[in-house]
Design a protein around this ligand. Sequence first.
Ligand code: KIV
Length: 283
Amino acid sequence: MSSQTEHAARMTSPQIMARKGGEPLVCLTAYDAPTAAILDAHCDILLVGDSVGMVVHGLPSTVGVTLEMMILHGQAVMRGSKRALVVVDLPFGSYEASAEQAYYTASRVLKETGCQAIKVESGPAIASTIAFLTQRGIPVMGHVGLRPQAVHVDGGFKAKGRTVQERTRVLFEAQSADEAGAFAIVVEGVAASLAAEITKSVSAPTIGIGASPACDGQILVTDDMLGRFDWTPKFVRRYADLRGEIDRAAAAYAADVKARRFPAASETYAFKKPRVDVVDEQG
Ligand code: KIV
């Protein structure tokens, strides 16, 4: 069982809610323990996003992500972090059929990872599920606008809220998630003015991604902002060039191996000769 001090040290969902309209919430995705350990000091929320399927496992969308994958990555992020609130995404197919299915899945995620909250992509049918979960002790983060799990209905990853009809729908989805008790709402890939309108009209903090600086916080896929891919969406700001760094390091390593410059003598183990007197005594 984790100690009282561990619970005390971590951000809580009420603390996140209290930041509405205050200091912006800093959020990033994390999928493994060493990365979580680095991000922890800088983030209020670490999201174990189902983007792990695309970022780490090379899947074409998040639809193929399984509950077992989310639990495994959730456990790793919990081991690596001490301070941030850890939220784990419920993957496609693990919560949409009924509130009971969502409760079973979410309680398994909380028990098996030790995380504090879960996230669901909150289309129109999910508000009642958010209420069901929050009333039973499970903090829920909503997710409106571009919903990656709806990629097949949408026909691709497309920004939302650029027509009046879509604007009304996304606003309604955000308000429904808010009324249902979501402690925070991710607003992804929507017109900036809509993200600002949502932020004004809900009591939960909004976390923008491809949205607006008016949101109560921001999130990015960590691997995007670290520059691990050669293509990123227009809303991503790259703070590093890890792809270039890894490429340069791998090329230098390959050149050293081929030229027998690696390993150097200092990078090898010496053979320890057996002591002659010990050998004699035994003989
Ligand atoms: O899965 C994910 O990483 C997400 C973020 C993009 C918000 O849902």
